[in-house]
Design a protein around this ligand. Structure first.
Ligand SMILES: N[C@@H](CCC(=O)N[C@@H](CS)C(=O)NCC(=O)O)C(=O)O
Length: 268
C-alpha cells in the first residue's frame, strides 16, 4: 500500500453524473455506456487528492465522455488502488489501462495529431511523473511530520472521532514502510528537492512555448498527467513546502489555469 489519497471506502457515498459540454466534439450519451468512476475525495481546490484520479477525470472531461463518480472501495478495486472504473458490468483498474480501454471503446484519438517523437516525449514525461515524481510528492505529504498533520486533516476529517485518530496512523506506518521499500524514504529532504527540481526543469524545458498545451495548440494524453501532477504538487498548502519555487513559475501557473478553466469549470 502506497498512496497520496485516502481509502474512499471510508467516505460518504455521493454519486454525481457528469457529461462534459465542451465545444466541438462528439458526445456519447447511451445509458449503458455511462462509466462509473471510483475515486477518493477532492482536496485543496484540486479535482482530487490523488493525481491518478485527477488524470483520469481530466481525460474523461477532455474526451467528453459520460461518467458518474462513485466512492472508492478497495475490495472491488481490481488492483486495490484508485482510480478504477466499472463499465458495462466490468471493473477495470489503473488510470493508463483505463485510458487505453476507453480510447478504443469510444474512439478517442487524443494523440493522433502528434509525431512519433512527440508521442515518445509525452510517454517519457508521463512515466517520469507517475513512477518517479509521484513518490517524491507522496513522501512530502506522508513522511514529513508537519505536513502530515495538514494532510491527515484534509484526508480523514470526515471520519468518526475514534477511527479518525487510529486509522490514519496505521495507514501512515504502512505508507512509510512501502516508501522505504521503494527507496524515496531513504533520501533527505534536500536530495528530494534537487530531484524534484530536475524533474520540473526538464518538463518546463520540454513544454511547448507556442500553445497552452504540452505539445502546443491541442491537448494530448500527457496533458492529463501533467496537469494532475502540477496541480497536486503546486496547490497543496503544506507547512513544509515542497517544490516551492515552482509555484511562481509562470509557465506552470498559466498551464494549470488554462487546464482548469477549460476542463474543470466547477472547481473552487
Ligand atoms: N498506476 C496506478 C497508480 C494508482 C495509485 O497509486 N493510486 C494510489 C492513490 S494516489 C492508491 O490508490 N494507493 C492505495 C494503495 O496503494 O493501497 C494508476 O495509474 O492508476
Amino acid at each position: 500500500m502506497i498512496s497520496l489519497g485516502i481509502p474512499g471506502i471510508l467516505q460518504k457515498t455521493c454519486p454525481k453524473k457528469h457529461t462534459s459540454k465542451n465545444k466541438g466534439t462528439r458526445h456519447f450519451m447511451h445509458a449503458t455506456q455511462t462509466i462509473s468512476l471510483y475515486q477518493g475525495p477532492a482536496a485543496w481546490g484540486t479535482p482530487n487528492a490523488s493525481p491518478f484520479c485527477t488524470k483520469l477525470l481530466c481525460f474523461l472531461n477532455a474526451a467528453k465522455l459520460p461518467y458518474e463518480i462513485c466512492n472508492f472501495d478497495p475490495i472491488k478495486a481490481p488492483k486495490g488502488k484508485m482510480p478504477y472504473i466499472r463499465y458495462q458490468g466490468q471493473y477495470l483498474g489503473d488510470s493508463q489501462l483505463i485510458i487505453r480501454f476507453l480510447s478504443q471503446e469510444f474512439h478517442v484519438h487524443m494523440d493522433s495529431h502528434l509525431t512519433d517523437q512527440q508521442k515518445a516525449i509525452g510517454h517519457t514525461c508521463r512515466r517520469m511523473l507517475e513512477d518517479g515524481t509521484y513518490f517524491q510528492i507522496l513522501w512530502s505529504r506522508w513522511g514529513i511530520d508537519a505536513n502530515w498533520a495538514v494532510v491527515k486533516k484534509a484526508y480523514f476529517a470526515s471520519l468518526p472521532p475514534v477511527v479518525r485518530t487510529i486509522l490514519p496512523e496505521i495507514l501512515r506506518k504502512a505508507v512509510k514502510r512501502s516508501a522505504f521499500g521503494q527507496g524515496v524514504a531513504r533520501h533527505s529532504f534536500e536530495e528530494l528537492e534537487t530531484m524534484l527540481d530536475e524533474d520540473m526543469s526538464a518538463l518546463s524545458n520540454l513544454m511547448s512555448k507556442s500553445g497552452p498545451y504540452f505539445h502546443g495548440n491541442q491537448i494530448s494524453e500527457v496533458d492529463c498527467t501533467l496537469y494532475a501532477f502540477l496541480s497536486s504538487l503546486l496547490c497543496a498548502p503544506l507547512p513544509v513546502p515542497f517544490g516551492e519555487k515552482w509555484k511562481s513559475h509562470r509557465p506552470f501557473k498559466d498551464y494549470i489555469h488554462h487546464m482548469e478553466s477549460t476542463y474543470f469549470l466547477k472547481l473552487k
